[in-house]
Design a protein around this ligand. Structure first.
Ligand code: HEC
Ligand code: HEC
Ligand code: HEC
Length: 181
C-alpha cells in the first residue's frame, strides 16, 4: 500500500530527530574536520560515540557528566603523574564574591581534588589562601586561572551558571569584593 507523502516525510523527520538525540552530538572521526578522512590509520581509532555513549550524559562540552562518572566509580583517573604521591581529598568550598551582577562562584574542592592532586593547582595556578588570587572573567576567558582547564579539558566557559552557581541572597554576611573559604 502507498503511504501518503506527508506521513512518510513526518515519520522520517521524527526518526532522524530521535536518532540525533540518542546519538548525543558526537561527530565521527571521519567528519569531525580534525582528522584526515583519507588516512587509512583512521580505522584503528575508536569513534568518540563508542566510548562516550556509555558514560552519564551531559548537555555541554563533550556531552559527558564527568563528575557523575567519577562519583559513580565508572572512571578512576590518576590524580598525578607521580605514583608515589599520597592522594588527598579536600571537602570544602571557596566562595568568590567579586562577580558583579552575576551569582557568586562557589569553587568546590571535593570534585577537583577527587580528580587531581593539590599540586595541580597549588601554588602555581592558585595561591592556597582565599582571596589571594586576582581572578577575573577576562583572565579566565584568556586561558588563565579556571580557564587553564575550563574551556580546554573541563566544561566550557559558556556554561556560566555552573560556576556562577550561588544566589547572593542566600549567603548572609558576604560582602562583594571578597572571598570566603
Ligand atoms: C569556570 C568557571 C566560570 C565560568 C564557566 C564563568 N565564570 Fe565568570 N567568573 C568566574 C570567577 C572565578 C570569577 C571571579 C570571582 C571573584 O574573583 O570573586 C568570575 C567573574 C565574573 C564576573 C565579574 C567581573 C569580572 O570581569 O570578573 C562576571 C561579570 C562574569 N564572571 C561573567 C560570566 C559570564 C557571563 C559567564 C558565561 C558566559 C561566566 N562568567 C562563566 C568563574 C567562571
Ligand atoms: C582545580 C584547582 C585546585 C585543586 C586541585 C586544589 N585547589 Fe585549593 N584552591 C583552589 C582555588 C581556586 C582556591 C581559592 C583561591 C582564592 O580564593 O583566590 C583554593 C584555596 C585553597 C585554600 C584556602 C581556602 C580554604 O579552602 O581554606 C586551601 C587551604 C587549599 N586550597 C588547599 C588545597 C588542598 C589541600 C588541595 C588538595 C587536597 C587543593 N587545595 C586542591 C584551587 C584548587
Ligand atoms: C587544573 C584544572 C582545573 C582548574 C584550574 C579548575 N577546574 Fe573546575 N573542574 C575541572 C575538572 C577536570 C572538572 C570535572 C570535569 C567537568 O565537570 O568538566 C571540574 C569541575 C568543576 C565544577 C563542577 C563540579 C560538579 O560537582 O559538577 C565546577 C563548579 C568548577 N569546576 C568550577 C571551577 C572554578 C570556579 C575554577 C576556578 C576558580 C575551576 N573550576 C578551576 C578542572 C579544573
Amino acid at each position: 500500500m502507498r503511504q501518503k507523502p506527508a506521513l512518510v516525510l513526518l515519520t522520517t523527520l521524527l526518526l532522524t530527530l530521535a536518532a540525533g538525540i540518542a546519538a548525543g552530538n558526537w561527530k565521527t572521526l571521519r567528519n569531525d574536520q580534525l582528522h584526515d578522512p583519507s588516512n587509512p590509520s583512521l580505522r584503528v581509532l575508536q569513534d568518540p560515540e563508542e566510548a562516550l555513549a556509555l558514560l552519564p550524559p551531559d548537555t555541554a562540552g563533550n556531552m559527558v557528566n564527568w563528575v557523575t562518572a567519577l562519583q559513580r566509580g565508572i572512571i578512576s583517573p590518576r590524580s598525578s603523574l607521580r605514583e608515589d604521591r599520597e592522594h588527598e581529598i579536600l571537602d570544602d568550598d571557596v566562595l568568590m564574591l567579586d562577580t558583579m551582577p552575576l551569582p557568586y562562584v562557589r569553587f568546590p574542592h571535593r570534585p577537583h581534588s577527587e580528580w587531581m592532586g593539590c599540586e595541580t593547582c597549588h601554588e602555581k595556578l592558585f595561591v592556597s589562601v582565599a582571596g589571594a588570587n586576582a581572578i577575573n572573567m577576562g583572565k579566565i576567558l584568556d586561558g588563565q586561572y579556571c580557564g587553564v582547564c575550563h574551556g580546554a579539558v573541563a566544561f566550557p566557559l559558556t556554561e556560566c551558571n555552573r560556576c556562577h552557581n550561588t544566589d547572593s541572597s542566600t549567603v548572609s554576611g558576604a560582602r562583594p569584593g571578597g572571598t570566603l573559604p
